[in-house]
Write a protein that binds this ligand. Sequence first.
Ligand code: SF4
Length: 412
Amino acid sequence: MTQCLPAVGPAARRPTRQAKVVWGDTVVRVGGDAPVVVQSMTNTDTADAIATAIQVKELALAGSEIVRITVNTPEAAQAIVAIREQLDRMGVSVPLCGDFHFNGHKLLTQFPECAQALSKYRINPGNMGGGKRRDDNFAQMIEVACRHNKPVRIGVNWGSLDQELLARMMDENQQRAVPLDAQAVMRDALVVSAISNAERAQQLGLPGDAIVLSCKVSHVQDLIAVYRDLSARCDYPLHLGLTEAGMGTKGVVASTAALAVLLQEGIGDTIRISLTPEPGGDRCREVVVAQEILQTMGLRAFTPMVIACPGCGRTTSTVFQELADDIQRYLREQMPVWRTQYPGVESMNVAVMGCVVNGPGESRHADIGISLPGTGEVPAAPVYVDGVRTVTLKGDRIAEEFQVIVQNYIEK
Ligand code: SF4
């Protein structure tokens, strides 16, 4: 009797509308049947147009498909046009999203060139003032978006939640027979804020397919609960991200833990990994982490993956770790060129293994693999191409010779 096994893989993506983020001929689709989009954010002073354009270029080359920029002062708003011109001169067509808080209504109105040079606006309804002032400021920003035909992300944040809304919902909660705990009311308030502001934006004339929503919080379980609720209550595309995820491995692990659960459930149309950069750290790391989450989950492919064993007492040298690291770096560096020259190369797997225990097996499963000699083994490294053992490398130039084999494989 055959046994039915559960299907393996992420759930079907949640059906959503599709927003288009456009610059020139570059159209990034968010939601609907589009792949999950990777985005990132600069941390330069936006008023420094050259430094910001350089960082945008780096993020775009690393694979960021939309780059968000803080627009917080008149100087920053004025610099947006210069940044866009610099990028266009450098041949970088990545769409820019302006990140507005507090004074976005003024900046977008006073600097129409900035409003036009941006491809998308991020609006935080929690920090536009209160009462009628908030309503007017929000309406002003939506009116600019409609005039320039730009999509908007309504980005609600735990740290800047609309206090009037929260107070009202807390009061209503007290009227319940069994009040919810305060954390649950806050989660609900985030979702209500995002959806009610999206509906208001539509009433003001913004098309429903020009709206993306986010509800960011800094704790994994809260984020999962909020996005499950949000996705059940609307069909706008969703921007996922754990805000203030933190530094180093903590930020990577927390973001991955939260986003992987949601993506597995088909929730999420664009992601940003908010890592606190270490001093002198590489801003592009957040792009690499975002890509690796999507690729390891089988949702997208960006760069050939290197499968490497962790090493153990059977390896007394670090040759194989260095080789794995070198190969991964080399493949990543080549991707901006290879992506256009060798379509499909991003789906390739390369195995670099430390000894005969799992080396030959993993190497056969990869497109190309090498099983380096462990302690006490014959000093020879068999290479497998498309599952077939092709050559055995020996001597002290194994790493260099294997890199050449990888290169030749990709070029052919
Ligand atoms: Fe250790 Fe060999 Fe396994 Fe690598 S493949 S972890 S070296 S036993």
